[in-house]
Design a protein around this ligand. Sequence first.
Ligand SMILES: Nc1ncnc2c1ncn2[C@@H]1O[C@H](COP(=O)(O)OP(=O)(O)OP(=O)(O)O)[C@@H](O)[C@H]1O
Ligand SMILES: [Mg+2]
Length: 956
Amino acid sequence: MAPLVGRREEISRLGHALSVVDGGGGVFATVIGEPGIGKSRLLDHLATTAADTHRTVLFGRATEFERHQPFGVLIDALDETVETALTADPALADGQTKNLLMPVLPALRRHGNGGGVTMLAGNDRVGRCRELRRLLRRLTTARPIVLLLDDVHWVDQSSAEFLDYLLRHPTDPRLLIVLAYRPIQLPSLLAHSIDRAKANGWLEEIELPPLSIGEAAELVVPTMSSRELRATYKASGGNPLYLEAISHQRTKRGVSLDKVDLPLPALLVAELPAMSTDGLHLLQAGAVLGDPFDVLHAAALAELDNPAAGVALDELSERDLVRPTGSVRVYRFRHPLVRSAVYSQAKRAWLVHAHKRAVEQLRGRGVSVVGIAHHVAQAADLGDLDAVAILEEAAGKVVMRAPATAARWLGDAERLLPQSAETDPRRMRLLGRLADALGRSGQLAESSRRLRDLVKLVPADRHDIRVPYICGIAEADHLAGRFDRARAQLQTELHALSQGHPREQAALHVSLATGAFLRGALTEALDYARQANTLTSDDASPGRRLAALSAHAITAAATGDMQTAAEASAKASAIADSLDDEQATDQLVHLGELAWANYYLGLHDQALRVAGRAAELARRTGHVSTLPYLLLCECKAHQLAGRLRQALDVASQAEEIARLNGSDDHLSMALAAKAEAVIWIDGSTEPATQLAVRAVAAAGWRTGVAGRKAVFVLTEITLATGDAQRTARQLVAASGGPTLPAWPLTSQPRVFELLTRTALAAGDIARAQRWVAGAEQAATHSALGGLSYANRARAWLNAVLGDHKLAAELALAAAEGFGNTGFPIEEGYARAVAARAFTSANADADAAAELRRIKRIAQSCESTRLARLVDRNINAIPRSSAASLAERDPYAALSRREREVAALLATGMTNREIANQLYVTIRTIDAHVSRILRKLDVPSRAAVVGLQLSSGTTQG
Ligand SMILES: Nc1ncnc2c1ncn2[C@@H]1O[C@H](COP(=O)(O)OP(=O)(O)OP(=O)(O)O)[C@@H](O)[C@H]1O
Ligand SMILES: [Mg+2]
């Protein structure tokens, strides 16, 4: 191999990264560029430089033909080192590590079951990523780690998910990760996470430019004339792989300049014909087996005896088509493109034959179906039922840890199955499994497409088979926010059902209820749920009964019939408790509804219990599409109970899973939930605002539950920072109008209260009064502290109207109510309203008492925002009332007219608009504004808004 040419700057940047890592820092870097530009070469160089007793260098390479091997590149990089580390220190992997990572790393499997391995981890993809990261971190305690992953553009889906996960955080200390890849071919998941990490400033990108002509001259054969060199350089564009290939074309008479202009793959193929048949076959056999490959196995595949193989190998080495790897008998192609060139020019019949022999060979060596599936897929012809069976079996083995791979193989199997009525049942089974694997791997749209294919195969009168699939399609549509399509199909199916079929009717009604609920048509939802309940009233199947009862519970609660909801929920809970894990796993969506119903009923512990169990099962069995929905219910319960950190943690998990699943609605809800937790934890509004804005964006144009929640949270946060009038209007629209029909009744008081505050912030008392009335009316039906929200809404109103005593009284009633319901944050917030009202009413002792209470709550919930409310209120409590009048009311120094102007300023009006409104000239307003700024001692108009919002009683 020619010595390394050029690349001084890149080498020095990587050297710097090494020294950062040696010094305890973490670095994530990428080396990018077109095929053959020298990425692998640079990585090799780094590996050699970094290899030192005080560092561990791990090297993994993804390969084009093996990109469906789950965790391929990570196993390649990590397995041996983990093995060695485990031998030295078995404590490296605890029970949790083994649980989650045994399916990933063979080393852990070899180190056996001890150490508290309790269950198979199933498809907890996020858990697995977290655990892999922990393992890496533990490895770095001994020595810094340099993890080099090459050809990442061919990375398998599971490894990609792990890298995506790593890229969400700054790199851990003592860890240097370098990814090399061709940017154009990078899977979009990784492209996004890399862009984001770059924007966040924790990823460094090294892009390799072409070599200069001087550097090129060092690379090609030294005998090249300068004319040849110029022609070669021009054709190659300074690409080393190209330069090498042209150099290889060189005959005794010099470079054949007619070949110089060939595109690179053609150029590589052009290297091959002049070879001996044995050489070519050995090379092709290697290409079939892998990169790197074992020469002995390749020889067997090419049907060469030892001496012949030896001669052939010499030929390949001499032509620099393959290179030794350092392990005995194991060779690597000069470049992955050489392997593809070899593979692509081999005759199809020869390849099929070789793959078939590879299957036999691998079987003979005891390799499992998983190891041979890829060859089977390549070798099989249409109608090869053995191949179908192997692929199906292999898929079954990997579906839990690598559902995307399973989907791939099942897809191959389905294609191989001949078209005939006879094979239909088998195709249906395959399609069912394929849809399931696709669903588990988060490819929901593709999954529902396959279910649609499947439904077409079901005879029209087999409703018992059709309906569960139709419901599955509807579930996917609901997740994707396609409510209308789901409803249309469910209703068509319902009409097609002749009389009878109560089970199928019930299932369709439950799905229709769920869809209606999610899009905010609550009465319609209740209607369907009621019918489902009647249809299953004497159904012996606990699953169907549970589904109907849960739907009934959640829709009754949402529409304010708490009595019915409580009864249905109690029955459903009893059934849920009686289900074994397998039965429960079939009912995850309905368990989720039951959990939410309990939440609406104010039964938070119950909600947590149901959602917790379901989430556990979903993780273990890989039914991750419902997981965010379950986690968000847990999150809600934590949030209300003031366990903010836990709420944030659970919401973050939901976010990660929603991203993997590609579900925008779930993503939006998770982001909104995070924003809600963050604003109370953090105190500063910036991060929460960002989250809320992203939540609204993720919900997109869709209405439905996600959009509503996102706008609610955004309004709440915007109100604390500035003008929330626009988001408030959006909120009303997303809620179905001013009576908020799209919100469950139980949530309405809370929404009405928020709208009250936004109206007060805009100085619109009449509107605020209407919102308060709305809160009070909704509160008559609802649990969840509905009355307390209504009381707090009226407290705000009275504070602004100047009846501070009444305001304090109402706020205290709200606080007591929230306290009894177990909502400490809401209680604290209500006490803050009370404290301010007491202060305004000159009842300083009472105010101080409230502030002490808030402080305690702020401490126990670790809420900076509540703590800040205390500080702000304390500042407002006068030491001597005369001196502090101005402090209490920052507008005290303003004249009546100036106050008026300030109030309008705070709504975001321009001076001209204010002038128009007050029928005066703009000059007058200009003068007022500058006086206001002076008197209030604030630098800008924006600050007037801020002051008004932070000190006015309309704000929190
Ligand atoms: N700076 C260099 N000095 C000498 N040889 C080089 C240099 N850069 C690349 N090469 C040689 O050029 C060939 C292609 O380089 P390499 O395999 O590193 O490309 P790559 O960017 O990794 O391509 P791919 O995207 O296909 O993986 C190799 O044989 C390599 O040894
Ligand atoms: Mg490479």
